[in-house]
Each structure stands twice: as structure tokens, then as C-alpha cells.
Design a protein around this ligand. Structure first.
Ligand code: TIU
Length: 223
């Protein structure tokens, strides 16, 4: 685990050390993946997002088996919505707003059924779970401090949605000096063209934001 590994990635090889790398699973919660949650309230076809679950499960299992750190995030707000800017709650004309009661409980509120990570990808005891009020996982959270305490310099990212919370988090992480890689078959968007565009813009200009690869490459590196 202390030796260097390298992954066949785009736009070039991604070198990493397992002990200094976290697998970051972003917002794989019922609010985005199941009918009746936040994603559906915005008018999206949420069924698209389910397709990545088997690949995410396989990746999670292999990463844990290798002894790597897994970090999970959830997009949630406090019950009193004191961490939800009115601009976020009032944006657009959704069927249900953040904090309203829907079939999965209150939309994007911590502790409600919709905020639960889906059973297939549930955190193991001891794995950090970051509740975040923003799209990026570094905004108003303890994520950076937690990663620093654990000596993490590299983030391998999966989750939803590619161009919203995943891309925001990768850009925040990149500016903070982390080497980030996005697993393309372990991320999905409500808009297929946005997933494609995000992958291209991340790796363009010599990995200006980070790297991309398929999970099969990482699985073979870990095997
Ligand atoms: N709407 C959408 O595509 N995504 C979000 O609001 N949050 C996350 O991406 N997690």
C-alpha cells in the first residue's frame, strides 16, 4: 500500500499512492436517484442515474478490499434550513422546494429518508460521511480538514450528478491542490451531453481540472 501505483487514464497516466488516496462517493442518496426526491422535483428523469450503481458497488468493494479510504457525501440542509440560502430554495419553479414534505420526507433535509445513501452503496461503519449544503463538497464542510488529517492528496471520484456536485467538488479540490480522477462509468447526469462535456473539460488542456478513466482500469490496477 505504500508503493506507488499508476492508472491508465486520460489525458495521461494518473500516479497515486493508495495510502494517500480517497475514493469519494458523491451524493448517491435517494433524493437524486429515486422518484419523489429532489432530482425528480426539478423535473428530471431520475431513472438514468441507477445505471451506474453496479459499477459503483464493484468499485467500492475493490477499494475497501485494497484497504483504501472511502469518503461519502450527501447534499443536505439542517432542519431549520439555516444553511440553505434563500437563493437556492427559491430558484426556479420546482414541484417541491428544499424543506417541503414529499414522498421521501422533507426534500434535501438531513435525517430524512431522501437524504439516505442508497442501500447498495451505504457507508460502512467508520467511513466518513460529509453532509454538505452546497454543490461542492468543500463549501461549508470539514472535508478539507478531515482529508488533511488523514494525509490524503489524491481523490478518485464517483457519484452524481456529473456536471453539478461532482464537477463542482472536483474544481474545488483541484484549486486546493488535490490530484483528482473521475471514474466515468461511476458517474451519471440527468443530461447525457453534460456528462460527456464534463469529462472532456476536466481532462482538456493537460488535465486542467483532473483525470478521467473507467473503473475497469482502476480495478486492474488494484488487482
Ligand atoms: N440537480 C442536479 O443535477 N444535481 C444536484 O442538485 N446535486 C447533485 O449533483 N448532487
Amino acid at each position: 500500500p505504500l508503493s506507488g501505483l499508476s492508472l491508465l487514464a486520460q489525458p495521461f497516466i494518473y500516479p497515486f499512492v493508495l495510502a494517500h488516496t480517497a475514493l469519494l462517493s458523491i451524493d448517491m442518496q435517494r433524493d437524486f436517484i429515486e422518484p419523489g426526491g429532489f432530482g425528480a422535483s426539478l423535473g428530471n428523469d431520475v431513472s438514468r442515474l441507477r445505471s451506474i450503481v453496479p459499477a459503483c458497488q464493484t468499485m467500492l468493494a475493490a477499494w475497501r478490499r485494497a484497504g483504501g479510504l472511502v469518503v461519502h457525501t450527501r447534499e443536505t440542509h439542517r432542519a431549520d434550513l439555516s444553511d440553505c440560502p434563500p437563493a437556492k430554495r427559491l430558484r426556479g419553479n420546482p414541484a417541491l422546494r428544499i424543506g417541503d414534505v414529499g414522498p421521501l420526507g422533507r426534500i434535501l433535509v438531513a435525517g430524512e429518508p431522501g437524504s439516505q445513501i442508497i442501500a447498495e452503496l451505504a457507508p460502512w461503519p467508520g467511513e466518513p460521511v460529509i453532509d454538505k449544503p452546497g454543490k461542492g463538497a468543500f463549501h461549508a464542510t470539514g472535508l478539507q480538514q478531515m482529508l488533511e488529517q488523514r494525509g490524503i492528496s489524491h481523490l478518485i471520484v464517483m457519484g452524481v450528478t456529473t456536471e453539478v456536485c461532482v464537477q463542482s467538488t472536483m474544481r474545488e479540490a483541484n484549486d486546493r491542490g488535490y490530484d483528482c480522477l473521475l471514474l466515468l462509468d461511476c458517474t451519471e447526469s440527468y443530461f447525457p451531453q453534460f456528462k460527456t462535456a464534463t469529462a472532456e473539460m476536466i481532462q482538456a488542456q493537460g488535465a486542467i481540472v483532473g483525470w478521467t478513466a473507467n473503473s475497469t482500469q482502476l480495478l486492474s490496477t488494484l488487482a
